[in-house]
Design a binder for this molecule. Structure first.
Ligand SMILES: [Fe+2]
Ligand SMILES: [Fe+2]
Length: 194
């Protein structure tokens, strides 16, 4: 099933109206960013649309597909990053999306990782800056989002990490790896990324 209408109606059933509307805004933001950075806007739209497909149904999908929680780098069933890793599996098995670029973008949309592709960065950023999001400093990040993906990623990772520290919450090591990679790249220690 790759018909957009089928995907959208199924998605709405699984994640609910509110999260579905967020997904549409992420899809829209991601496809606009994609055009700017010479990434396939259709891929970006689909990845944005589907990125939260496992949200609110983590336990259901783990059981349905017989996946052990230990398959993912998460701390518990309640870990807010679980839906992204699991989402890549759900995208394949429920929505028949097999494009690896899209699946990887879904997988890392909450944590980031080292050496991300532009599509992965776009989904991570679009999720955070879609028009309904609001937090201190967002205006500057929205500007970066269409000028410099790495600066937008760095600002968002800093924001996320500081927020998680303030909440005494767990920080997934992938976010540190993402940030360290971007900083090393900025300092010229890494020549090029995908
Ligand atoms: Fe998400
Ligand atoms: Fe999201």
């Amino acid at each position: 099933m790759n018909d957009l209408f089928d995907i959208e109606s199924k998605l709405k059933d699984y994640i609910g109206e509110k999260r579905y509307k967020h997904s549409l805004r992420v899809a829209d933001t991601a496809s606009k960013m994609a055009e700017k950075f010479n990434v396939d806007p259709k891929k970006a739209y689909l990845a944005g649309l589907i990125h939260d497909c496992a949200k609110y149904n983590e336990e259901f999908f783990l059981n349905k597909f017989n996946i052990k929680l230990s398959a993912y780098p998460v701390s518990s069933i309640k870990d807010p990053v679980l839906h992204s890793f699991l989402g890549a599996e759900v995208a394949k098995k429920v929505y028949n999306i097999y494009d690896e670029d899209i699946l990887e973008a879904i997988k890392y949309h909450t944590t980031g990782k080292a050496n991300m592709t532009d599509l992965e960065k776009i989904i991570f950023i679009a999720d955070a800056i879609e028009p309904d999001r609001n937090f201190e400093g967002i205006a500057e990040i929205r500007k970066y989002a269409f000028e410099n993906l790495n600066e937008a990623m760095l600002a968002l990772l800093d924001n996320n990490i500081i927020f998680l520290i303030s909440k005494k919450a767990i920080i997934n090591p992938l976010s540190f790896e993402a940030r360290n990679y971007l900083i090393e790249e900025k300092n010229g220690k890494i020549r090029h990324n995908s």
